[in-house]
Every structure is written in C-alpha cells, then in structure tokens.
Design a protein around this ligand. Structure first.
Ligand SMILES: [Mn+2]
Length: 431
C-alpha cells in the first residue's frame, strides 16, 4: 500500500527543524528534573508513544447545537473528505491513527474501497456507531417512540436490523467494536414505564449481541439526558453495567465524559466499572453545564488527569480483557475542527503522561497509612509537571509536528479546501 498523505512531510520537518533546538533544551531540562524524582524521561516517552486514540468522523465537520450550526468554509462534505481531514490530524499529532465511523451518515456503496482509501491515508477504523436516535429519509418506522426500547415491535426490529448492518459494515472495515447509544427515554412523568422500557431494551440489545462476531465487543454508552429530558433508558453507569452484565461478557460500558450530571465523580465511575471488568471505552470531551461536547481538557483538565490516574491504576491491576478504546467525541461549534482535535489530543495524552509520572509507591503507602496530605501531594506533584516537551519529542520522532497547530495553519490546508470543497450549508445539530 502506497501512502498518500495529505500534507507534505517536508513542510512538517522543516518547521520541526526550526523548533528542535528549543525543544531539546526543554526536554533535557525536564529529563534532569524527572531524574531527581527517580524517573527516566525516555521511558515515559516510549510509553506515551504506544498510546493512541480515535477521532470521530462526525467531529471533522462543524458541529452545532439544537438551535443551529455555523458552517465554515472548506468543511468536509462526506466520509471521503472527512478521512482526508482525519489524516491531517494524525499526520500532525501522530496519536490518532483510527477513525470511528457513524452510520448511516458515513454510508458508501463500497466499504472495501473505503478501507483502502483510509489505509492510503495511514488510517484504520475504530468502533462503528449505530444511529437510531433520528429518522432518515425513506425510513419505514419512526424513532419518535424510541428505538430498541420502543413499545412498537416493528420499530424495535428496524433498530435491531440497523445495528446488525453496522456490525456487518464494521467487519468489512476491519473494526471490532460497535458502540450503541440510544436516545430512548421520555419527556413527561407517566409517559413511559421505567421497568418495561428497560426490559424491552434488554431484549432488543440481546438480539444485536447474538450477532456479534467472536472477536467483537459491544459498547453501551450511557447518557443522562437529551434528546429525552425527563428520563433516559440507559441514563447512567448503573443502568449501563446492569445491561452489560445481563447481555454477556462481550458487552462493556463506554464512558462519555459529558454524559453525567455536573460534579459527578467520573473517575470513581471509571474505577467501579474496571473493578467488575466492564470498562470498555471512553469518549473524551469536556463540559461546563451538561452535555456541552466542549474540547477535552478545556474546562476541567484536572478531572481528565484524575480519570487517567484511574486508568493507570487499572493498567497496573488489569482485569481480564482490560483494553479500553479511547476516542474523542466533541462538537466543534466555533473552531476549526482540525485545530480542536489537535489541541484535544494534546490534552488527553498530556493527562496520560502526568498519570504515568505519579509516584505510585508513595501514593499507595500514603493511602495505606491514611496520610491524606501525602497522598494528595503525590498526585499534585505529577499534575503540576509540564510534560509537553515529552509529547512534542514523541510527536516529532513519529513524523508529527512539534507545534502541531502552527504547522497546520502554515500549511494553508483549510484555505485550499475552501476552493476545492462545496459549502456544507446551514442546518441544526451535528452533521
Ligand atoms: Mn459520545
């Protein structure tokens, strides 16, 4: 397979040359600092070089709220153009080698060709996402009564069939996971019987589970509210783990950071799900009020660090099959999506690096001795360390850009696409 990367590698390397002397100085200085703490900077760099995360195909376009979206010149119109932009993100960040597609949004007639198209961009496919939260043109049954939990048998059957089709598409794309999020729920007290709705969901989800290939996982994504505003069938991690345990060992829970009530201790949820071998994956984003889908680490970077702190603990004490899938899931309403995902990837890997350098011996000893301040300080020491030189060095060694956003801006990519791509247009919601 010949690679056909979107940006010129000479552009990236010539920009890196200008930044290398300063970076080397910062890297050496941080190396000496970490050495005094008994840490080898090259080992940390090697560890984060193994880390990767997926980007969502839908994140490549401007998102929106239920009020409107503000289109941007040069946005991608279809999965082919989205792959192109995702390739730009991976080329610069070197940590996003996979794309998570969404159906029917990304439907094409030839998935084998799509897989080859992605491979030429040095990309693979991550979890496939089904969509039974909105109606499509020509669809027989409406999801206005719900999908997998609908009271109507024909609607449930249609939703099951769509999920099975997504698995079949995923097999062609080389994916091994399906993420199922349903918008099923109610807007009025009395509208729905909570127990019977959950039973219907379990029955229908069980039909999808039966069709999972051996090496596949089914990830259940919970969400507290929206589009239903009174109750949601899979509203929280409790409902999610009950469903995952009922469905079987290939079914796990996916934590989207934005899908919880404000101030919920998400890092503890991560630890709980891991304790029972049900932590399947993440959707990274940030929020201030609700499911805002803001950029990862833009509002509460400390929470992101604490989530990774639990993940590093989990890595050290793995339960059977611990291999969570990491993905960005954001709505870029006012920024260039490529810049947002570059910035978010940096925030996510940075949180991971900070969690790696926590002195765990000290932390665990302090926990056992109930030395509260020493335990807190062991986290704080890691959190306040600026790990960005490690990330930049890892990126440049992998062929990415030391200053990814600057290299992107200097490449003129979006301007060029403004001339080449047709305008996406107005509308509401994520496209
Ligand atoms: Mn999500």
């Amino acid at each position: 397979m010949t690679l056909n990367l979107p940006l010129s590698s000479e552009h990236i390397s010539s920009m890196n040359e200008k930044n290398m002397a300063g970076l080397q100085d910062d890297y050496d200085s941080l190396g000496r600092h970490l050495q005094r703490r008994g840490l080898d900077i090259d080992e940390i760099k090697a560890k984060i070089s193994q880390f990767s995360l997926a980007v969502p195909s839908w994140g490549a376009g401007r998102g929106g709220t239920r009020f409107a979206r503000f289109p941007m010149p040069g946005e991608p119109n279809n999965i082919h153009e989205k792959l192109e932009d995702c390739a730009v993100i991976h080329q610069l960040s070197s940590v996003t080698p996979r794309v998570s597609p969404h159906f029917p949004w990304d439907k094409v007639s030839d998935f084998k060709a799509l897989k080859e198209e992605a491979e030429a961009f040095n990309l693979g496919f991550d979890a496939v996402n089904s969509n039974t939260f909105q109606d499509q043109k020509g669809q027989e049954q409406s999801y206005s009564t719900g999908s997998l939990a609908s009271t109507l048998a024909a609607t449930r059957a249609q939703a099951i069939e769509h999920n099975i089709e997504c698995i079949e598409i995923g097999q062609q794309l080389g994916s091994t996971e399906i993420t199922v999020w349903v918008g099923d729920g109610s807007n009025f007290p009395g509208q729905q019987d909570f127990g019977r709705a959950f039973d219907r969901y379990l029955d229908a989800a069980g039909e999808i589970y039966k069709k999972l290939p051996d090496n596949w996982q089914m990830l259940l994504e919970h969400k507290m509210f929206e589009p239903a505003f009174y109750s949601t069938v899979i509203s929280d991690w409790g409902s999610s783990i009950l469903a995952a345990q009922t469905l079987g060992e290939k079914c796990k829970c996916l934590v989207d950071l934005g899908h919880h009530a404000p101030n919920v201790n998400i890092e503890q949820i991560v630890a709980r799900l891991h304790s029972f071998g049900k932590l399947g994956g993440f959707h990274f984003n940030d929020s201030k009020y609700g499911d805002d889908d803001l950029d990862s680490g833009s509002i509460d970077p400390h929470q992101l660090f604490l989530v990774f702190n639990e993940l590093v603990e989990a890595e050290l004490n793995p339960r059977e099959g611990f291999s969570p899938t990491y993905m960005i899931d954001q709505s870029h309403n006012v920024t260039d999506p490529i810049e947002s995902m570059l910035s978010s990837a940096e925030a996510i890997v940075s949180s991971y690096a900070k969690a790696i350098i926590v002195d765990r011996q000290l932390l665990h000893a302090a926990q056992d001795e109930n030395d509260v301040m020493a335990a807190f300080q062991s986290l704080r020491q890691a959190y306040r360390t600026d790990v960005s030189p490690i990330l930049a060095m890892a990126r440049s060694e992998a062929g990415g850009a030391i200053d990814a956003i600057k290299a992107y801006r200097m490449s003129g990519w979006r301007k060029q696409k403004t001339h080449e791509r047709k305008a996406v247009g107005l509308g509401a919601g994520i496209v």
